[in-house]
Design a protein around this ligand. Sequence first.
Ligand code: GAR
Length: 194
Amino acid sequence: MSLRVAILISGGGSNMVRLLEDMAEPGHAGTPVLVLSNTPEASGLAKAKGFGVATAVVDHKEFGKDRASFEAALNETLKKHGVDIICLAGFMRILGAEFVAGWQGRMLNIHPSLLPKYKGLNTHQRAIDAGDDQAGCSVHLVTPELDDGPILDQASVQVRGDDTADDLAARVLIEEHKLYPRVLREFCENFVPH
Ligand code: GAR
């Protein structure tokens, strides 16, 4: 039985593209059934359509400060598509404890730092400012605490003396594109429904 995977995005969706490409390979235990964005402007939506994957927008702006209703709408859409596993891939909304609890052990995120370092935003500049010689990315299970759940795997890159945050982000992104498909693939293979 194939696991039904939703990918949640907010932007360009380059990680999403890599996950879709990998799931298109024969024998993958996951099938992409939905790409969902919290904004209609996410350019990744058109890319998902190019793969023939269903897309949906649950626009957070329509819900104002009412996060509970936004998350209820997310859940309704996910349920409608029979989703088993969620991959957050550049999804830039913080999800509340109740939503996260409902997906515990079934929601993955990619974060552009070597967690537990640099949770939150501006990860690359913070790594440069700290004088780190390694930066990287992590795929982890999502728990209610931001960027805090069990780490499934990481990849690192060398920080160069003259790196700008953009330089570093570009090199880390190359690693993200290898790491996330590999981790999702293994996660689906080992997934035990509860
Ligand atoms: C990626 O670098 C991802 O790690 C990061 O956003 C980018 C999305 O790029 N995610 C976060 O910062 C989450 N806190 P993409 O849309 O091209 O995949």
